[in-house]
Design a protein around this ligand. Structure first.
Ligand code: SF4
Length: 115
C-alpha cells in the first residue's frame, strides 16, 4: 500500500477517536449533579480523605499541615461539590471522593473555589 492511501485512513481514525472522546466528555459534563441518592458520609479516617486533610468541619482543618486553607472556605463553595452552592449545612457528593457525600461545611486540600 502507498502512503497516500494510509493517510486518509489514519486521519479518519484520529477524527473518530477525537469525536468519541469529545462525546464522552460531553456526556460526563451533562450528568445531573443533584439527582443522586444519598451516599455514605465521607469519613475523616478514609485514607484519601486523611491525605487531603478532609475535615467535616472546615474550622478544624490542620492549618499548619494544610496552609492553603483560608478561613471561610468550605465544600459548598468548592467547584467539586455536587450540592447547592453556598449552602451552610447538609451533605452532597464530591467529584474527588466518588461514592461518598461530604459535609457542606467541610474542607479538603483539593478545595477549588467555584468560578
Ligand atoms: S474537593 Fe471540595 S467539595 Fe470535595 S471535599 Fe474537598 S473541599 Fe470539599
Amino acid at each position: 500500500m502507498s502512503e497516500s492511501k494510509n493517510r486518509p485512513d489514519s486521519s479518519r481514525r484520529a477524527f473518530l477517536t477525537t469525536a468519541a472522546v469529545a462525546a464522552s466528555v460531553a456526556v460526563i459534563g451533562l450528568r445531573p449533579r443533584t439527582a443522586k441518592a444519598a451516599m455514605p458520609h465521607l469519613s475523616e479516617a478514609d485514607p484519601l480523605a486523611k491525605s487531603l486533610g478532609y475535615k467535616a468541619n472546615a474550622g478544624q482543618v490542620d492549618k499548619a499541615k494544610f496552609p492553603t486553607y483560608k478561613p471561610g472556605e468550605h465544600c459548598s463553595l468548592c467547584r467539586f461539590f455536587q450540592g447547592k452552592a453556598g449552602e451552610a449545612s447538609g451533605f452532597a457528593g464530591c467529584q474527588i471522593f466518588a461514592g461518598y457525600d461530604v459535609d457542606a461545611g467541610g474542607w479538603c486540600a483539593s478545595f477549588n473555589a467555584r468560578g
